[in-house]
Write a protein that binds this ligand. Structure first.
Ligand code: UD1
Ligand code: CA
Length: 478
């Protein structure tokens, strides 16, 4: 991209109905690689150095304006009287210091930033009034045809209804994306007269420029398939596939291994570190960040989550969660929003975690549920253990301190705290706090004293997670 001494801005046309989408959602808000088409257009403009954009809204204006969240200025066009009328409306709020104006559309999300840069270059510092984008199509039906002058510039764009047979045979069509000398555009826009149908055609500006003795340059779009707008859901799916391929290729060129790109879906905003490996059947959505050397998949589905270095997420679902380094997740684990998994943890088969922080080195190997909990380091959570966090009205917290050992099938009835190094026996129903180092068993779990047989080695009588110590008779009536 050449250095620009100029101050470009952009007008993005998005007032049309998009009838052929057959949708109640405005066309430009249909997502592609996880974000609305319109956002991709704004991203490409920004990458080309064009920060200031005016989006022309009309059909579904409220929804489009809300989705933009202030990212661009908007101008409402009501009624929609054609593309030149849309530009006229945008010019009323366009920054007055803009020396060049790109005009593009909200439904061309595959258009690369290079095209916008090339159009600005083609204006040649304002000697040309217009640079337009053309592409050759085998079937040009429906598009405006570009007629070339002897010098290679454009002499006119003829819309399909106004074209004679010879003009219809022309295969070079107007994509609908332009750069304008802003001063000339402001003057000329009022000179566009209505067509037979009462519409104001932006394409009439080409004839006006020629009449003013100003050149109209043609930039041929590098890829015809990226150039044309999306008008229906078949085109949407084709665009989705092209965009996914482009995203996958970008990551591979950056040093990420994608074992099977055809079954890997990565949203536009996802970040992946060097030497990470994405296994087949994996979907990475939203603002997900994968650190270097992580392995994701096969068959993992991550959304808005962060995975640390060298961690492995295998056949699991991870939503709005954070996983530190050297962690093993899955197969068949579900991290729901607010799970924070510490370093070296093992969260395995049919384990579910929600709004819970888990300290380093903790293991939750088998089917179990931890919700609204705070789990310390090096805790062992036995199979079938469950935080009973919901009393029917409110959610309550469970705290399990460092080094605790939760026996198989322990029910922790929140709010409850299990102290550091404490142990629960198999099937314990813990309704009261357990002091550090204590062992509890039974239903509801009650304190017991461990009797050690003097003849046996010290560890032999020690209860371990998953093994309820045999309660002594003295403990039956605490
Ligand atoms: C337009 C071009 C045509 C080009 C084609 C490429 C004109 C007159 N013709 O035709 O040469 O080949 O695009 O797709 O410009 N829009 C508004 N307000 C309006 C009308 C349209 O914002 O009043 C927006 C639409 O939302 C759309 C874009 O402008 O994003 C193009 O409008 P559309 O009706 O699709 O133009 P075409 O007739 O297809
Ligand atoms: Ca169109």
């Amino acid at each position: 991209m050449s250095a620009q001494l100029t101050a470009p801005a952009a007008i993005v046309l998005a007032a049309g109905q998009g009838t052929r989408m057959r949708s109640r959602i405005p066309k430009v808000l249909h997502p592609l690689a996880g974000r609305p088409m319109l956002e991709h257009v704004l991203d490409a403009l920004r990458e080309a150095g064009i920060e200031r954009a005016i989006v022309v809204t009309g059909h579904g204006a409220d929804a489009v304006e809300a989705a933009l969240e202030g990212r661009a200025t908007t101008a409402r066009q009501e009624p929609q009287r054609g593309t030149a009328d849309a530009v006229r409306v945008a010019l009323e709020v366009a920054p007055p210091d803009a020396t060049e104006l790109i005009v593009t559309m909200g439904d061309v999300p595959l258009q690369p930033p290079e095209l916008y840069a090339a159009l600005l270059d083609a204006l040649n510092g304002g000697s040309a009034a217009i640079a337009l984008t053309a592409v050759r199509l085998d079937d040009p039906a429906g598009y405006g045809r570009v007629l070339r002058a002897a010098d290679g510039g454009a002499s006119a764009i003829v819309e399909e209804p106004d074209a004679d047979d010879a003009t219809r045979a022309v295969g070079e069509v107007n994509v609908g994306i332009y750069a304008f000398d802003a001063g000339w555009l402001r003057d000329a826009i009022g000179r566009v007269s209505p067509s037979a149908s009462g519409e104001f055609y932006l394409t009439d500006l080409v004839g006006l420029a020629v009449a003013d003795g100003r050149p109209v340059e043609i930039v041929v779009a590098p890829d015809a398939a990226d150039a044309v707008g999306i008008n229906h859901r078949v085109a949407l799916s084709v665009a989705e596939e092209r965009m996914r391929r482009r995203i996958n290729e970008r990551h591979m060129r950056n040093g990420v291994t994608i074992v099977d790109p055809s079954t890997t879906r990565i949203d536009a905003a996802v970040e992946i570190g060097q030497d990470a490996r994405i296994e087949p059947g994996t979907t990475l959505e939203g603002a997900t960040v994968i650190a270097q050397d992580a392995v994701i998949g096969p068959n993992a589905h991550l959304r808005d989550s962060r995975i640390g270095p060298r961690s492995h997420v295998w056949a699991s679902v991870v939503e709005e969660s954070t996983v530190a380094e050297d962690v093993e997740i899955g197969p068949f684990a579900h991290l729901r929003p607010g799970a924070e998994i510490g370093a070296r943890c093992r969260i395995g088969n049919f384990a579910e975690v929600k709004k819970t922080r888990i300290g380093a080195g903790t293991q939750q190997h088998h089917f179990s549920y931890l919700g609204d909990a705070e789990i310390g380091e090096n805790v062992n959570v036995g199979a079938g253990s469950v935080t009973a966090n919901f009393d029917g009205t409110k959610k309550h917290r469970t705290i399990i301190e460092d080094g605790a050992s939760i026996g198989v099938d322990t029910m922790m009835v929140a709010p409850v705290t299990i102290g550091e190094g404490a142990t629960t026996g198999a099937g314990a129903v813990v309704t009261r706090d357990v002091a550090p180092g204590k062992t509890v068993v039974g239903m509801p779990a009650r304190a017991i004293e461990i009797r050690r047989r003097r003849s046996a080695p010290a560890e032999a009588g020690e209860p371990r997670a998953g093994q309820a110590p045999v309660p002594s008779g003295a403990d039956r009536n605490p």
